[in-house]
Design a protein. Structure first.
Lengths: 490, 492
């Protein structure tokens, strides 16, 4: 296959950002066109990646390795396995679709797309990096554009949300940095390579594993976010412009769980075992708490935001059941599925907000009569989100519960209540907004337009295809997960 | 030394050539200033720039051709000297370029301004190379004398006068304290040569199995003296007032070039001279570094004047740099050198942005930066980049610098200090981001557009290249600095 594919994937958006910087400020069409192309090309590369990836092995593929700062043993090391391939594809897809949604940005367009593409580069980089330094650089690089995207183009409380996001995440990252430094110095020879660190994992002492695990977990837990670190999420998601909410929910949150799978589990198996139940408890607490909070929401976007807290709880629960291939596969499945569904939900919330300028659930009624196509799509995704069989959300929830049940019987039993609660709040929302007679702001709505349709259609197709034929995704993940379970040595 | 050795004489002067070059031209610029009827703003500035460039090239040339000690081992030109001389001269160049506007608005003594900068720079270059405590002391005095005058250069301004006065009084006291410490060291060891002090201190330790109280006293005095020069907490009290009152290019000069030179001297005194007493000073430095990071960052939050905020931020930055000092090895020395390098570009850049802003608006208040991104997108972008580098966000040089000092400290077992450093950098993000927020998320109407003069744009571009280049492609450079640090510690 193509050499340097991963690098191209990461740096094409950066090149695009550079081109945009060179364009005149008022050339909105040109800027949008460049941004769209720069977001589309990584998607093409992602498809090539999916086609070229050999799912039968857990080994890293498409590797690129070059010395970056030899004095510090820092390498530019990229590579993908079954954990990163689906995430890269998801990121590239959502970035392209959210770019289409960004066309309605009319204020400071040039800066917007430059930051947007920088964000994309950072996100892709995180999922491809196999060197701790590089991983950390990408992890941090993302914060800056995200800060600006929320702070400039966000809702009324954008400044607060932006700085809160930045401070929370940076606070988490510094713990990760300490752990990385500690890993570096405890290894002989000193190395920052993630793969080498995994290889030496059996030699780490129990105490060291506990320390490093906790420090990494703080960083990842803030990103996921799990209780009690979740309070940045509703602020950031609600205030962010639609496209950025899509990426926040669809990609950024997954970095936390990806980090756990990529780093914490294989590198600190003893600590993983020790902390398995607390993680499961946190996961279930997130599922139930998030669902309860959703019930109380009057703002549609807030509802979707809190539903993310709930849904990411499934991922954590799956990770806690580290010994089960089913649970870990379910976790990966949930990461992709939640990215597709919640991404689409945020796009759809944005669609009506653009038209009626309110997100109050009570402000709408009887939408099915007025905007049938929109309503049909929205309800489809809502059903996907609440775990209707036949759609991707069901597969992931089922696999997580199935895999985790033998380990944490009572905890999982409590978690299943979350499914019920999810159905309750979503159905209540559907009833209020879409059924009944036309009321409130619904008058002013026009149905979904072609561009918005193009943005959500691929997500709908993917959701259905993965729901009906999960093997399509599971095949990519399987070998890696089986190997991961073996490495942990359950 | 019976006969006059011409070769030796030549070799000695070759090693000190950059300083000589700069000194002669400094005198020339000063003379030029007094000869002119009415000072032309451009002339002495241009001369000064060419002089510094000349010195820079000379320093590189000497670095390539000559190597070693001169004047009976009181002065060396080693790799470390090359690194720090380039940093100091880089700071001087950026100061000179960014002074053009400020000098143009001066009514009198335009020419002397550059002359004093150059003289001060000579002192700094000597500081970087001094391996003997009295030479070092004289070099420090030479560098600060010019700065005292420069701090008070806005003749009519009360703040500037206050800055000059405060600086001269506290600077004098701190020099006295440093000298007192040097005297104690001489009393203990019988020498002022750093290499000899190292051996003598080792002998004291070996013969008595510990250090006498006098040794601790000497260390405290020397450290306090350096503390004043570096504006290290709790010796930083002078810094905010002086930084605020001094003409902004001089503030930048003070906070970057003068500190870089002091850091080089710090490395020589503590990593070489007092190396054998390390266990007596490591704890002290760790405490001071932690204090600097906490006090600097926390106090910076409440500042409303950008120059004061940057003053407290540089107190914190020195704290971060000294985190590297607890690792008394190659890692530590390399980390300190690289951090100084990154700090040069980021801090200098930030001050140049302040200069550019106040040249057009006459204000240094953070509140007035509201909507700068709309008034001058380029200036705001530069400023944001420098602030992010000071915070330590990749891919800027500031990130790698912080990474490096923390790496060194973790290696030395100072995990608590690293955690303090990292937590305070979250605090730092808050106040740096406050400025970014003002610039990019404006509230209310924003005023007219701001243009940046050509000379300042040049200075900003140089700083930006520095911040990004050393953040993204630091490879060869880090290796080179590491080599310099190894040679320093090996005593070559």
């Amino acid at each position: 296959m193509m050499s340097g594919l991963l690098s191209w994937m990461i740096f094409l958006p950066l090149i695009g950002a550079g081109v945009i910087m060179a364009l005149p400020k008022d050339n909105h069409r040109g800027i949008r066109a460049v941004a769209t192309v720069a977001a589309f090309l990584p998607l093409v590369l992602a498809i090539l990646l999916l086609a070229g990836y050999d799912p039968s092995t857990a080994a890293f593929q498409f590797q690129e390795n070059a010395a970056w700062i030899p004095a510090l043993n820092v390498n530019y090391h990229l590579g993908v396995d079954g954990l990163s391939v689906p995430m890269l594809a998801l990121t590239a897809l959502l970035c392209f679709l959210a770019c289409l949604i960004s066309y309605n940005i009319t204020n400071r367009v040039k800066e917007y797309f430059a930051f947007y593409l920088l964000l994309e580069a950072g996100m892709l980089g995180v999922f491809a990096a196999l060197d701790f330094f590089l991983f950390y650089v990408f992890w941090e690089v993302m914060l800056v554009p995200m800060y600006f995207l929320i702070g400039i183009w966000g809702g009324p409380r954008r400044e607060y949300a932006a700085i809160k996001f930045f401070l929370y995440t940076l606070f988490g990252s510094i713990f990760m940095l300490v752990a990385i430094l500690a890993l570096y110095f405890t290894s002989t020879p000193h190395t920052l390579s993630i793969t080498d660190q995994i290889a030496r994992a059996p030699g780490m002492t129990h105490g060291f594993q506990m320390f490093a695990f906790v420090f990494f977990f703080i960083a990842f837990a803030i990103k996921i976010p799990t209780l009690p670190f979740h309070t940045w999420l509703p602020d950031a998601h609600v205030e962010a412009p639609t496209a950025v909410s899509v990426l926040l929910a669809g990609v950024l949150l997954k970095m936390g769980t990806y980090g756990l799978l990529r780093i914490s589990l294989p590198m600190f198996p003893m600590a993983t075992k020790y902390f398995a139940w607390p993680m499961a408890a946190l996961g279930v607490a997130g599922i139930v708490y998030g669902a309860f909070v959703c019930m109380a929401q009057k703002d549609l976007k807030k509802l979707v935001a809190y539903s993310s807290v709930s849904h990411m709880g499934y991922c954590l629960l799956g990770i806690a059941a580290y010994g089960s291939v089913a649970a870990l596969t379910g976790c990966m499945f949930q990461m992709v599925s939640h990215g597709l569904i919640t991404g689409a939900l945020f796009i759809l919330v944005g669609v009506i907000y653009d038209r009626a300028h309110t997100r109050e659930i009570d402000a709408y009624g009887g939408m099915w009569v007025k905007v049938p196509v929109y309503s049909g799509i929205m309800v489809l995704f809502v059903l996907g989100s609440l775990g209707l069989p036949g759609l991707s959300g069901f597969v992931s929830e089922f696999m997580v519960f199935l895999g985790a049940f033998p380990y944490f019987k009572i905890t999982v039993a409590v978690g299943v209540v979350g499914v019920l609660l999810t159905a309750a709040y979503f159905l209540r929302m559907i009833q209020k907004m879409f059924l009944g007679t036309v009321a409130g702001q619904t008058e002013h709505l026009s149905d979904i337009n072609a561009r918005e349709m193009i943005a959500v259609a691929p997500l709908a197709v993917m959701m259905i295809v993965l729901g009906v034929y999960p093997a399509l995704l599971a095949d990519y993940i399987k070998a890696t997960i089986v190997n991961l379970v073996k490495v942990i040595g359950a | 030394m019976s006969a006059f050795d011409l070769t030796k004489f030549y070799a000695d002067w070759q090693i000190i050539l950059p300083e000589c070059f700069l000194f002669v031209w400094a005198l020339f610029v000063l003379t030029l200033a007094t000869l002119g009827k009415k000072d032309e703003p451009g002339r002495s500035g241009t001369f000064a720039l060419w002089t510094i460039l000349g010195a820079l090239i000379t320093a590189v040339w000497v670095g390539v051709t000559a190597d070693g000690a001169a004047f009976g081992g009181t002065f060396v030109f080693d790799r470390l000297a090359v690194v720090f001389k380039e940093v100091v001269l880089g700071g001087v160049i950026l100061t000179a370029i960014s002074s053009i506007g400020t000098v143009g608005r001066l009514e009198v003594h335009r020419g002397e301004y550059y002359g004093l900068i150059l003289l001060s720079a000579v002192g700094m270059l000597l500081m970087v190379s001094a391996t003997e405590l009295l030479t070092l002391y004289i070099a420090i005095e030479l560098s600060t004398m010019g700065l005292y005058v420069l701090a008070a250069y806005h003749k009519g301004s009360r703040r500037s006068a206050e800055a000059g006065l405060k600086y001269v009084i506290l600077g004098g006291i701190s020099s006295a304290i440093l000298l007192y410490g040097v005297a104690w060291l001489y009393g203990l060891t019988g020498t002022t040569n750093l290499a000899a002090i190292k051996d003598a201190v080792m002998n004291i330790y070996m013969s008595t199995g510990g250090f006498p109280p006098a040794m601790t006293l000497a260390l405290i005095f020397v450290l306090a003296g350096f503390g004043f020069k570096l504006a290290l907490a709790p010796f930083h009290m002078w810094a905010p007032d002086v930084y605020e009152g001094a003409p902004t290019p001089i503030t930048a000069f003070l906070s970057v070039a003068s500190k870089a030179a002091a850091l080089a001297a710090f490395l020589r005194v503590f990593f070489v001279g007092l190396e054998s007493a390390a266990m007596a000073w490591t704890q002290m430095i760790a405490a001071l570094a932690a204090l600097g990071m906490i006090v600097g960052n926390v106090t910076a939050i409440v500042q409303t004047n950008i120059k004061r905020m940057l003053a407290y931020s540089s107190v914190a930055q020195i704290g971060y740099i000294l985190v590297g000092a607890v690792a008394r090895d190659t890692w530590g020395a390399t980390a300190i050198s690289f951090y100084t390098m990154a700090y040069l570009f980021a801090n200098m850049g930030a001050f140049i942005c302040v200069i550019a802003f106040s040249e057009r608006t006459g204000s240094d208040e953070i509140a007035d930066y509201n909507g700068l991104a709309a008034r001058s997108p380029v200036l705001a972008a530069f400023f944001a980049l420098f602030l992010l580098s000071l915070t330590g966000i990749p891919p800027t040089a500031g990130f790698l610098a912080k990474y490096y000092v923390f790496l060194a400290a973790v290696n030395a077992g100072y995990l608590w200090l690293v955690i303090v450093g990292l937590l305070t950098s979250v605090i730092a993000l808050y106040y740096y981001a406050t400025v970014i927020r003002k610039m990019y998320f404006p509230s209310g109407e924003t005023a007219s557009t701001i243009t940046v003069s050509k000379s300042l744009t040049l200075a900003l571009v140089i700083s930006t290249i520095g911040v990004l280049f050393f953040g993204v492609f630091p490879g060869p450079f880090v290796g080179w600095i590491q080599n310099a640090a190894q040679m320093l510690l090996a005593g070559k």
